[in-house]
Design a protein around this ligand. Structure first.
Ligand code: DP6
Length: 364
């Protein structure tokens, strides 16, 4: 597939108005995307677990307008007008208009809610941008003169979501999703996420992710700025190569179910991500003292109990605690007894692997 495959070849039907609702999950990267080229092309391939409970629901209502010279939309979060979201959506529309030209002909009302608190420090861009991209694809499908296959629908939704936020392209379908070309992974692409195509051991079935909310404040450095600092970064090339190697190693790990090898790769990826931030110019630190306290507690618990618990981090201070389903009871007990004290207001979210986005309603 090339970018040209996503430019519609046929004229659209005209439809006066309609609405569509999608819910789309967040995802947590195991091999991290950190660094990008022009047009949201990742500097290295990444892979993520799709989450189940942390998701965004977006209703997109569209009505035909007279002129087609600019974008026209309103955004609501939890029924409240959210003008602060408009610039990001405007940038998104500018990036995607050549692939979904109908967006100039309609006025949109975007109504969105998240299952997780907005100010939790959990990135809503992956679930939010993927939900919006899916809604736009449903509109395209209802306007299209030609049949849109579900494979094309999902690929193009992921392609569009990527142009909104890179990690969003991994939230469309599948429990394990790869984004970025990797020479051992069939059909992997820089343009969109694909379902991980190989065997996955049942050790990874229903894998758990408990998200410890260490710091719910606004990040001092956004992911977009952080990605930019990988240009001319002294360790960039080695880092990008390491991501390729880690993904190669994970193929065997997923097949054989070797949880110790999994832990080594996942924790190394998380710490490398933050090491890249600490060695950027300018450098910055997104972990908080409680992030480190939690990491040390997890390591001590693992040594003591031989648990397969491990952690990963996003571009923030929160900690994702990952563990197999059969350890759920003990680990939750450990979290309650020893880790909750390091969470802001004692808050944490229990989640697990999910399977992707769902269309909830459509009327046209
Ligand atoms: C650390 O997808 O938020 O979570 O493409 O600029 O929107 P933009 O960045 P974003 O970056 C996510 C970075 C990460 C790692 C990952 O999810 O792979």
């Amino acid at each position: 597939m090339t970018v040209n495959d996503f430019i519609p070849k046929e004229a659209y039907k005209t439809s006066a108005n309609g609405s569509v609702t999608w819910e789309s999950p967040s995802n947590i990267a195991l091999v991290k995307y950190w660094g990008k080229k022009e047009n949201q092309i990742p500097a290295n391939p990444s892979i993520s677990f799709t989450l189940s409970g942390c998701k965004t629901t977006t209703k997109l209502s569209y009505s035909k307008k007279e002129t087609s010279n600019n974008f026209s939309f309103e955004v609501f979060l939890n029924d409240e007008k959210k003008d602060s979201f408009k610039p990001k959506i405007d940038t998104f529309f500018k990036r995607i208009v050549q692939y979904v030209p109908f967006i100039k002909n309609y006025h949109f009302v975007i109504e969105t809610t998240n299952t997780f608190p907005h100010s939790s420090g959990i990135a809503s861009s992956a679930s939010g941008m993927s939900a919006l991209a899916l809604c736009l694809m449903s509109v395209e499908r209802s306007l299209s003169e030609v049949e849109i296959t579900s494979n094309y629908f999902n690929q193009k939704a992921s392609f569009l979501a990527r142009l909104g936020s890179g990690s969003a392209c991994r939230s469309i379908e599948g429990d394990l999703v790869v984004w970025g070309a990797h020479n051992e992974i069939t059909n992997s692409s820089n343009l969109f996420g694909v379902k991980y195509p190989f065997e996955v051991h049942e050790n990874f079935k229903n894998y758990q992710d408990t998200i410890l909310l260490v710091d719910k404040g606004e990040k001092q450095v956004s992911s977009t700025v952080g990605h930019g600092l990988m240009h001319n970064h002294p360790f960039a090339e080695q880092r990008f190569q390491q991501a390729h190697n880690n993904l190669s190693q994970l193929i065997k790990v997923f097949k054989e179910g070797d949880l110790y090898a999994f832990i080594n790769i996942v924790e190394s990826e998380a710490l490398t991500l933050h090491a890249m931030m600490m060695t950027s110019l300018p450098y910055f630190i997104l972990m908080k003292p409680n992030t480190l306290q939690i990491i040390n507690k997890i390591w001590a618990y693992r040594t003591e109990t031989k648990s397969k618990i491990c952690f990963t981090l996003d571009a923030g201070a929160n900690v994702h605690v990952l563990y197999p389903q059969n350890e759920r009871e003990q680990v939750i007990e450990f979290i309650k007894n020893e880790l909750v004290a390091y969470c802001q207001n004692g808050q944490y979210i229990c989640d697990q692997i999910g399977f992707g986005a769902k269309q909830l309603t459509m009327s046209s």
